[in-house]
Design a protein around this ligand. Sequence first.
Ligand SMILES: Cc1cc2nc3c(=O)[nH]c(=O)nc-3n(C[C@H](O)[C@H](O)[C@H](O)COP(=O)(O)OP(=O)(O)OC[C@H]3O[C@@H](n4cnc5c(N)ncnc54)[C@H](O)[C@@H]3O)c2cc1C
Length: 402
Amino acid sequence: MRSAIVVGAGIGGLAVAGALARTGWQVTMLERADRLRGDHAALLIWPNGVRALRALGLAGGLGAIASPVRTRGVRRPGGQWLVQPDAVDEGFEPSLVVHREDLHDALVAGLGEHVDIRLGVTVRQVRSVPGELAAVGDGTSTWEADLVVAADGVDSIVRRRLVPGCTAVATGCAAWRAVVPWYRAPRLPPDAALGGETLGAGHRFRFALLGERGSAGGSSRGGVYWAATVPGAYRPEPAATQLGLLRRWFADWHAPIGDLLAATEPDDLVQHHVADLRPMPRVFGYPGGTGGFVLLGDAAHAMGHHLSQGACLALEDAATLATLVHQAVPGRTLGEAVTEYTRIRRPRLARIVRQSRRLGAVLSANGALAVRARDAALGLSPRLLGRVSGTVRQWRPPTGSG
Ligand SMILES: Cc1cc2nc3c(=O)[nH]c(=O)nc-3n(C[C@H](O)[C@H](O)[C@H](O)COP(=O)(O)OP(=O)(O)OC[C@H]3O[C@@H](n4cnc5c(N)ncnc54)[C@H](O)[C@@H]3O)c2cc1C
């Protein structure tokens, strides 16, 4: 039986572990946390992410947990439209917003009963020796397999061992996400009722509705999802202090931003280290042994969150890898599939990283002149944001198998 080790039980790791197990692989999943769970905020699933979930056979229950994001217009902090919603969204399928715990639950359900899940295991060692099976260890035990999938996030230990020259570099912004449950959510003004994005000087705030107030259907964890970005470093203070700062930074912004922050509780906050891999690895698949190592998700291509695509790209990676190895057997064909994975994924990811950095430079404009230039550019070219994210959304899963 073909064997795989998946390091990391984030969205990418869970997706690929389930896909491999469902196609007859013997899968061991190693996760340093002591529970399988998502954070308690939400995320956007773009059409490419939905297609990846579909290719993985996991989109069936999406309708029950996800809500369409109906508007992606951009405003100034005072509330004036910088880009009308229809200019951003024109011609594109809507994206979805889903509570991360709901998505994790769906991915965990997709693992079935055939994944050996080892929690509380922090991988510290990587063995990549010609002629030997790929292996990882935690200092006490060693696990070896035909294929090792490194889905251990931006600080991936597996990537650091395989590609030591590649470093996670802070992007210079701090970011928070939260879901305010419906029972605490403020009344939303009619023109804000569908969500949207607001750009200030280096500061960004976006929100989207997760299900509907008072609706029995929709997400099982409904509410108003928001994400805020400010220039600066990760904030070490207690969550209550961070929330106080957020309320101050966004105090004069248009409704309902202040009310959303007022209704947010410290425990709702999820703060992120936002980092970019520099340089992105030139290779995502390292043939060796009877198969080799593969980098997946943030472990391979972490980037700033300007496109909000990281989880969707991890799902694309998982769907691609599952297709490539579907009929591969340990030895030459599995090694070829590992090489093919780089050939298929790397050019797309390199393009997206460039777009993300360019968009980041536009969206994070700070200082009066830069903000004026950005607002003018968006005013002159209102479809800019839609165009950038549009090319990313237009992904199709590979057909056939390696
Ligand atoms: C503010 C913000 C908003 C975002 N919004 C969106 C969005 O709307 N849509 C979207 O698609 N993306 C979004 N993203 C990006 C997305 O969150 C990430 O790209 C995605 O979660 C990466 O998934 P992953 O599975 O690759 O890694 P992770 O989610 O980081 O999972 C890695 C897993 O590996 C485990 N691990 C790490 N090291 C080890 C080890 N040594 N041994 C064992 N286990 C280990 C960790 O505990 C973790 O469970 C956003 C990011 C930010 C910062």
